[in-house]
Design a protein. Structure first.
Lengths: 186, 185
């Protein structure tokens, strides 16, 4: 990779563009093999906005199995304890989940509260199957164990930005994943 | 069964798209800087692929938002009135805003979104679209950044769908007429 100028709040690149793309291709091959033969109407990728949109865009274009793409948008409740994981679904899927093979696509698995909540919500809608694909996981942060079927990378407990992840809405579209300087968020 | 059986031809290859997206990003990099970070608004679902590639090449500070709209169907098509399923989180008053679209066809939906946004008093409102079908235009809409002009054919891929299929293809293809002809009958 050519030398690049990092934004001044960025400490170092954790995962460069080529490393991410290689891993996304490998995940796409694995998913393609697992879902081979499924009809387009039956396979639904659900991207969680905003964080997963770049990952979803790259993953879906490398899949060699027909599928639909859907997006959901979430917001936290002001008066609900984080531990419940309960989030307000500002925008639900457009497609009906019942009877379909659903793959939730998320940018990062942290405490596990949100993904656990989403898995409960979608499994209650009686999909044909429900799996989860996550680009990043911070195992040190985990409070709730959640099953993850496809994982990109395990990373240490540092504040990461780029490839969909933000800090105060900044750095979201960097093509790589970088660690933020602690001085930027402390 | 292959995903590609219904595709008559590839209109724009993945390499052509990627090269053009970099050129569009370069134009944006010339215009905007960190002093007044613009907000890029991706119109779902179609523009998610274009948005993800375009914004990766931007060198200036910016924020992104998503908006999903749905037509009412029935007799309202000509008015362009759409239902906003997901609105912006942030206030765009006095901000530079760039709307990111996959395709401008009749122009009616985009015109409606533009009129809606103008009521929110942005500082500046611009439009970036990957594709434009000028032969289909019914209403004049300003397009500031345009990837490719395409003929009046049924295009799919790179975000564009036919009945929720083919969105994920990394290229722009043309659907075989027999695939959608049966739908219109």
């Amino acid at each position: 990779m050519t030398k690049m100028v990092l934004p001044d709040s960025v400490e170092r690149i954790l995962l460069d563009e080529a490393t991410i793309q290689q891993r996304v291709v490998a995940l796409a091959e694995q998913i393609t093999a697992d879902y081979a033969g499924i009809r387009n109407e039956d396979f639904l990728l659900i991207g969680v906005l905003k964080g997963s949109f770049i990952f979803l865009a790259d993953l879906s274009r490398r899949l060699n199995v027909p599928h639909r793409v859907d997006f959901i948008a979430l917001s936290s409740y002001a008066d609900t304890a984080e531990a419940s994981g309960a989030v307000r679904m500002i925008m639900d899927t457009r497609a009906d989940v019942a009877g379909r093979h659903v793959l939730i696509v998320e940018d990062i698995l942290d405490t596990g509260y949100t993904i656990s909540y989403l898995q409960r919500v979608f499994s209650a809608r009686q999909p044909a199957s429900l799996r989860t694909c996550v680009l990043l996981s911070k195992p040190e942060r985990r409070v709730v164990e959640v099953p993850v079927d496809y994982l990109g990378f395990e990373i240490p407990d540092v504040w990461v930005v780029g490839y969909g992840l933000d800090f105060a809405d900044r750095f979201r579209t960097l093509p790589y994943i970088a660690a933020l300087k602690p001085s930027a968020y402390q | 069964m292959s995903m590609y059986d219904d595709i008559a031809k590839v209109l724009i290859t993945e390499q052509q798209i990627q090269a053009r997206v970099r050129e569009l990003a370069a134009e944006l990099n010339d215009r905007y800087d960190d002093d007044a970070p613009p907000l890029f608004v991706c119109i779902l679902k179609g523009a998610y692929m274009f948005m993800s590639d375009l914004t990766r090449h931007l060198k200036f500070r910016h924020e992104i938002e998503f908006m999903e709209v749905s037509s009412y169907g029935g007799g309202t098509r000509s008015s362009g009135v759409v239902r906003i399923l997901l609105d912006l989180e942030s206030n765009i008053e006095n901000r530079n805003v760039v709307i990111v679209e996959d395709i401008v066809d009749s122009g009616r939906t985009l015109d409606y979104i533009l009129r809606n946004f103008r009521t929110r008093n942005p500082l500046n409102l611009r439009v970036a679209t990957l594709l434009s079908k000028p032969s289909r235009r019914e209403i004049n809409v300003p397009v500031n950044y345009m990837g490719f002009e395409v003929p009046d054919e049924f295009v799919i891929g790179y975000g564009l769908d036919f009945k929720e299929q083919y969105r994920n293809l990394p290229f722009i293809g043309v659907l075989k007429p027999e695939v959608y002809a049966t739908e219109e009958a």
